[in-house]
Ligand binder design. Structure first.
Ligand SMILES: [Zn+2]
Length: 342
């Protein structure tokens, strides 16, 4: 098959579009013919390698997969060859207390397809049967591949961790990022007011189309000052963080007394500085969030069925241009998801 692999860690140049052996589905695995696979920051962490991530080499990235069933396990009744599916990206052991509680993302053996095992930057991928879900009918393959990781992440951050309430104000950093487009919509679906940021006015206009109530151009304005103006000095109830170092201090200064900052990433750097005076005097809660439980993805898909959420695709590119796709993401030129098609 054709695949994009890297044989060593490094910059975008280590990504090679090349022939690779067809994967073989093990017992209780499904062989999926990939129709679309979206690009995530996790792919870039895997490519850069330690200390971020250390997949075995050569490695095929790609966590967000939509495609058709090529080969189902023997005795499988529901999945026929050709069935249109999406792949839930997280794999827990299925036996520990966390997995059995539906918190498989806290499993000590938790892995993300494309970050641990080989992923979807390929024509074929073998994945566990339990990760294979029916593709929502209203979405094409490109739209479907744009959904799982970022919407699962945003749902887990806002609903499960921050327990967002109707009428609260949420600051969503990075409106154009995958987590940003998802968090704006999830917050609105739960009745919250949304303040969001981006580096261009064009992106901010698109954020308003997605439902954002107030926007801040972070290149020309100071986020915390704009937040204070909008909230009449109070601050926001919840911040969804993923840039990390570049925005962390502004997040701390933007949140109200008793508010919550929920972080799922550190795309601009992990060694942010926390002014602890704000944390204790204002009783700020800092909540870590990583992916989400597999049951939560089903709840997200239900919200898509009800049309309370919609996919946002920035661009679809051929798999052979995976390097250009990752560079586009690293430069922050995108609004929404970048999707690769084999
Ligand atoms: Zn487990």
């Amino acid at each position: 098959m054709k695949a994009v692999r890297f044989h060593e860690h490094g910059g975008p140049d280590v990504l090679r579009y090349e022939d690779a052996p067809d994967p073989v589905a093990g017992p209780e695995q499904v062989l999926v013919r990939v129709k679309a696979c979206s690009v995530n920051h996790l792919d870039i962490w895997g490519r850069i390698g330690p200390p971020y991530s250390s997949p075995s080499l050569p490695h095929i990235p790609g966590c967000d997969i939509a495609g058709t069933v090529e080969e189902a396990p023997a005795g499988e009744k529901e999945l026929q060859k050709g069935a249109e599916v999406i792949v839930s990206p997280g794999i827990g052991c299925g036996r520990c207390d966390r997995c059995l509680d539906g918190k498989d993302n806290q499993c000590r053996q938790y892995a993300v397809i494309g970050n641990g095992p080989d992923g979807g930057y390929a024509e074929l991928v073998a994945v566990p049967r339990k990760n294979v879900l029916a593709k929502p009918e209203r979405m094409d393959f490109v739209q479907a591949a744009s959904v799982p990781l970022v919407f699962l992440t945003a749902y887990h951050m806002l609903v499960t961790k921050a327990k967002v309430q109707a009428g609260e104000t949420v600051l969503v950093l990075g409106a154009g990022s995958g987590v940003g487009i998802a968090a704006i919509q999830v917050a609105k679906a739960y009745g919250a007011n949304v303040v969001t940021t981006a580096g261009t006015d064009a992106k901010l206009r698109k954020a308003v189309e997605l439902g954002a109530d107030y926007t801040i151009n972070h290149k020309t304005k100071k986020i915390s000052e704009e937040v204070k103006k909008y909230t009449e000095g109070k601050g926001v109830d919840v911040v969804t963080e993923h840039p990390g170092k570049a925005t962390w201090d502004e997040s701390i200064r933007s949140v109200t007394r008793g508010g919550r900052i929920v972080t799922c990433g550190a795309t601009t750097g992990y060694d942010a500085t926390t002014d602890l005076r704000y944390v204790f005097t204002r009783e700020i809660s800092i909540l870590g969030s990583y992916m989400g439980g597999s049951g939560e993805l089903l709840k997200v898909l239900e919200l898509f069925k009800q049309r309370r959420l919609r996919p946002v695709v920035d661009i679809s590119m051929p798999l052979s241009r995976a390097k250009d796709a990752q560079v586009r993401m690293e430069k922050g030129e995108h609004f929404g998801k970048i999707v690769l098609t084999p």
